[in-house]
Design a protein around this ligand. Sequence first.
Ligand code: FE
Ligand code: CA
Length: 530
Amino acid sequence: MMSLHESMLRKTLQSDPQSRRWFLNVMGRVSALSVAAGELRAGGPARLSADPFTLGVASGDPDEKSVVLWTRLAPEPLQPGGGMPPEFVDVRCEIATDDAMKNVVQSRTIAATPQLGHSVHVEMEGLEPDRWYWYRFRCGDAESPVGRTRTMPRAEALPPHVRFAVTSCQNYEQGLFTAYEQMAKDDPDLVFHLGDYIYEYEAGRNGKVRTHLGKEIVGLDDYRIRYAQYRSDPALRHMHAQCPWMVTWDDHEFDNNCAGAVSEELDVDPVEYLVRRANAYQAYYEMMPLRPSQMPRNCDMELYRKVSFGRLADFLMLDTRQYRSDQPNNDRKSPLNDAALDTRQTMLGAEQKGWLYQNLIRSTSCWNVLAQQVMMGMVNRSGDPEVLQYSMDQWPGYAYERMRLVEFLRDRHVSNPVVLTGDIHTNWANELRVDDRREDEPTVATEFVATSLTSGGNGVDRPGNWEAVVSTNPCVKFHNAERGYIRCEVTPQAWRSDYMVISDVLQPGGETTVRRSLVVESGKARIQEA
Ligand code: FE
Ligand code: CA
């Protein structure tokens, strides 16, 4: 195995870097092997000219006895290769029970490999349930910042509460990530990032306060550099070091409004598009605190997974982009016509849907949370009952599957289903019914849609057609178009969502405050004022 690995590695390094198709062919095998071998075999000693920890540290995907600890070595993060030599490099990782790193309980040395952009994903095992830890990395003489993380409570425990933040849509050009400073003060147990962590656009497309580097991103190095540029924001880096994150992507981690392997543009070579997707997915994996079991294979990457906070809450992280069928009605806002209601339209794909339904049936959790990308509320965005405009990129474009899913939640008596959503750069709180157009049906689930952290720049409390949209869509209980995130506190009795909004993302010093607090009592699925 070692010699096979080494010969494949040598081939990778010697191959023409432009020969991406060959690279893709072996990538699935090489990357898995290189990580496995990295565990067995120490890499070379680090000979780095500058601090390799410019991208900070992060943790994610905790369970009751383990958590992923992440870093990526990049002394020059905005250069191709990150300023690293094309070699294995040893990285040591330590985890302690104190913030001074005095009581180290475990340490591991693994090799950061050039195949994975010198990213490091350490699954630190054998930890105690339901407690905080601190961790750091060393490489040669360099030492990373100390990060803080935690494990989840035991599966059978019923903890008194969990606190978490829900964020999405952080266009770097359109605003500063200042709201993460308040999120750090909120001291959440977990952060859920629901996609649009980066935007793929060329420099200046949305330029307001900062500028992307280069053209629209296509190649692996383009995506890597874009993530590095986003992570150069100190508030984002700081928040990653505060607690574990659960991440999932939406479209812009790859390409605007992508649907499976289908581009929104008509003149795209489908093979080139899949090569681009492989680059996008690999860079995402490299940059996020994900388990090696999520590592992409060729142009696919399994991102749907579950995290449980004891029996208090199950969080089902969904991927509504990779497996979906193409948007109906040419992705134009449309009535819920035959194309939108077509039974063949799928948002989740068969395998993910089976996984989701099985987990919901088996769940013994008080709250069952679908953490996902696009709005499930069937909202007529025109606000005019005579003019029906439902978003075909969101669940209404997949209305049959969506209504069956809510029916399933209802008929199987799934305990307290809650949907968390990003994508549309506005805040919403929706009461979900099998068919949201029918007010006479019972409310089955609750949806909290988090606005963008920055995308769109500074917003307004009430957008232009606010009155019409809120008064003509019975499912909508709250709607707002400022920037921010949602802060949640959940107990066995109730779920509270604080809609956090920031006064200004265009200059430093924006103040983040609570715009509205809403509560759902266990067993009720109705949204009330806090
Ligand atoms: Fe977005
Ligand atoms: Ca999006």
